[in-house]
Write a protein that binds this ligand. Structure first.
Ligand SMILES: [Zn+2]
Length: 332
């Protein structure tokens, strides 16, 4: 009799637990449906994704041989090969990936509503799934308001995020979303950059001849028109940031480091550049909330994701004033 009673109560507990899980799933589906399109987005099929990717001709036209070599992982590759491989890298999203991403957009939208944050409007965001082999396995990157997501990472991150306290896919999406926002609203971009001491000029700066062979294109950085004052050898010099490869591909493939770094280029047209170590105030300018300081755009995309996800108190920031500044701007 006692045993029967125990089995009955264990069954009851399991049923209640199952009921709670089902309720949670239904609630999650409803919330996702209601809020996800507050940030307008859609998922491209592989075919459309390929077309959109290859339509970014201005970006590919600016590729250097260095860009092609590092992406194809060989010397002397051609643009035709690169475009073919790029097209091959695009995939279909799975149902699970689409739902996981929709769920994050819904959560992002609820974060904005709950805190009363106002962000610039963007054109419709188009999500494209790609394998990222040509982009060093990056989690994602953007062109305009197209967000290319790493097909493997999207699934892995969504699973990791089932662990309480993990926000890997949220972080990735907030970061990529920032690039869409800055492209759609130059004023917002200028305000954000000013938080790390960068001023946006009305024209793009020319790359100096000494960097032409070393330049490394980054789809997230469309413009080199923002500068800050760096202290170099005791002199204040206005410079813009450029991401380069420190060696050519033939040398780099036998090297242990990744051979990529940010350098500072004077905006006055002098044919030279300075390493980050030469600027005594490099960390003061960019702040140290993130290590991803290859350009003000990337640095602020990371600060923005922290601000949106964790607010001013949710993390121990070395430079809290940057996060406070972001919150202040989006709260106006
Ligand atoms: Zn980025």
């Amino acid at each position: 009799m006692e045993k029967k009673k125990r089995i009955f109560s264990v069954k009851k507990i399991l049923l209640i637990l199952l009921g709670i899980i089902l309720l949670f799933i239904v609630y999650d589906i409803i919330m996702t449906k209601v809020y996800s399109q507050d940030i307008p987005h859609r998922f491209a099929t592989a075919e459309e994704g390929r077309e959109l990717m290859l339509a970014n001709t201005e970006y590919y036209d600016n590729y250097t041989q260095n860009d092609i070599d590092f992406r194809l992982k060989k010397t002397g590759g051609t643009m035709d090969e690169l475009l073919e491989k790029s097209a091959d890298s695009v995939n279909e999203f799975s149902f699970f990936e689409k739902y996981s991403i929709d769920r994050r957009f819904a959560k992002m939208s609820r974060t904005l509503k709950r805190n009363g944050y106002k962000l610039p409007e963007t054109d419709e965001i188009v999500m494209i799934s790609a394998d990222m082999q040509l982009e060093s396995g990056a989690g994602g990157y953007t062109h305009g308001t197209e967000i290319y997501l790493n097909d493997k990472i999207a699934t892995v991150f969504a699973l990791i995020d089932l662990i309480p306290g993990q926000n890997t896919l949220d972080e990735l999406l907030w970061h990529e979303y920032f690039h869409c926002l800055t492209r759609c609203d130059p004023e917002f971009r200028a305000q954000m950059y000013s938080l790390i001491n960068f001023t946006v000029a009305d024209h793009d700066f020319e790359l100096p001849p000494c960097l032409k062979d070393k330049y490394s294109s980054n789809p997230d950085v469309e413009h080199h028109n923002a500068y800050a004052t760096f202290n170099i050898d005791g002199r204040d010099i206005d410079c813009f940031a450029v991401f380069i490869t420190t060696k050519d591909y033939a040398e780099a493939k036998s090297s242990d480091d990744d051979c990529k770094d940010v350098v500072l280029v004077p905006i006055d047209g002098t044919d030279t550049y300075y390493t980050r170590e030469q600027a005594s105030n490099f960390d003061e300018v960019f702040g140290t909330n993130t290590y991803y300081v290859i350009d003000p755009e990337e640095c602020m995309a990371d600060n923005f994701k922290f601000a949106m996800l964790y607010g001013t108190k949710g993390k121990d920031y070395p430079d809290p004033q940057i996060i406070e500044g972001i919150i202040d701007i989006v709260s106006r």
